[in-house]
Design a protein around this ligand. Structure first.
Ligand SMILES: [Zn+2]
Length: 247
């Protein structure tokens, strides 16, 4: 089993629409971390036909939810791949206390831990407005928003002139509010769990995306430097530079 003691493990917590995926991707690009989301991990494991992937496939084909044991096995396999030595960002996992405990046990078995669980804090009312206002042009795919980016002429796409605007069925205010309540119910115990572990950090995620990215970077940089240590950080930087040069 790999020694993960110099591998930073960062986690983002936040409701759907808080920008978790976008920020995780930006942290990945900025720090050379690997973004791990449960959905992607499952798809890759099934596609690669790993033991755990085969188990997941048969469970999903039977119409059942993949168990925590299988998800953890897939995560363990993925963490064992060389690129994860640079550090990982978990996005969307864990969702429950048993999952968080299983993750802790997995990391502990590799001399690692969750170094930062960062909660993206949002205001529910603003989230409902943000998400339920989204729509796209059916003609050209241009994105719009009722409040933040309406078309110049009401009902007509700026780009292609189409009047065929589309909304995702599950972006309506009631559904969004329901999702947020479910998220808070599900996540409150996790927030407490990581606060107890001394790993919880919070960030106001209602502002501009770029400003949030900057704050996140400032928050994560010392954590990563502390875990990697000066030597490991140098090696990663060198490797990243080499990768950039060969691209
Ligand atoms: Zn259009």
């Amino acid at each position: 089993m790999r020694d993960f003691s110099t591998v930073p493990v960062v986690m983002l917590l936040g409701p759907p629409g808080a920008g978790k995926g976008t920020q995780a991707k930006r942290l990945e690009d900025h720090f050379g971390l690997i973004q791990l989301s449960t959905g992607d991990l499952l798809r890759a494991a099934v596609a690669n036909g790993t033991e755990a992937g085969k188990a997941a496939k048969s469970v999903m084909e039977a119409g059942n939810l993949v168990s925590d044991d299988i998800v953890i096995a897939i995560l363990r396999d993925r963490l064992g791949e060389p690129d994860c030595a640079a550090g990982v960002i978990l996005d969307g996992f864990p969702r429950t206390i048993p999952q968080a405990e299983a993750l802790d046990a997995l990391l502990a078995s590799q001399n690692a831990a969750v170094h930062a669980a960062i909660s993206l804090e949002v205001e529910d009312d603003a989230m409902v407005e943000r998400i339920s206002g989204r729509h796209t042009c059916g003609g050209c795919g241009e994105g719009y928003h009722d409040t933040f980016k309406p078309p110049a002429i009401a009902g007509k796409c700026d780009k292609c002139g189409s009047d065929d605007f589309r909304r995702r069925a599950d972006d309506n205010p009631d559904t969004v509010r329901h999702r947020l309540v479910a998220y808070h119910n599900e996540t409150a115990p996790l927030i407490a769990f990581y606060a107890d572990a001394g790993a919880l950090q919070t960030i106001d995620a209602m502002g501009e995306i770029d400003a949030i990215t900057k704050t996140l970077q400032q928050m994560v940089a010392p954590i990563i430097a502390g875990v990697r240590g000066p030597l490991a950080d140098q090696q990663t930087t060198t490797r990243k530079t080499q990768m950039e040069e060969t691209q």
